[in-house]
Design a protein around this ligand. Structure first.
Ligand code: HEM
Length: 88
């Protein structure tokens, strides 16, 4: 998927739930956090609580001041698919 921006379904996101293949959605954006794993100040175990899912709430509970958008810029995979109705 290198270099390609995707629209990610919840089903696809859920497949990437391992330390060596870890995706995470935060505020509608999906990141491949695999390369960040060893650098997370809260440790691997904590980061793993949020992989393969929408981790927005967990993230906000623990550190709402952290700027994920800028920190994870290079890990950006794509946007979460939304089921919002298309305006007529
Ligand atoms: C600490 C980044 C996801 C749990 C931190 C800190 C940063 C950070 C920068 C240090 C904050 C500070 O000292 O002010 C990130 C990024 C994430 C992420 C970029 C998304 C990829 C998560 C998730 C959890 C989590 C999903 C699980 C609930 C923690 C905890 C600490 C921490 C518990 C506190 C460690 C301590 O104070 O000893 N994280 N984090 N983080 N993170 Fe995350």
């Amino acid at each position: 998927t290198r270099g390609k921006i995707l629209t990610v379904t919840a089903e696809e996101l859920a497949k990437h739930n391992k330390p060596n293949d870890a995706w995470m959605a935060i505020r509608g954006r999906v990141y491949n956090v695999t390369p960040y794993m060893d650098f997370h100040p809260g440790g691997i175990m904590e980061l793993m609580r949020g992989v393969g899912m929408d981790a927005t709430e967990l993230f906000m509970e623990v550190h709402k001041w952290v700027n994920a958008e800028s920190m994870l810029e290079k890990c950006y995979v794509g946007k979460m698919e939304t089921n919002l109705p298309v305006p007529q």
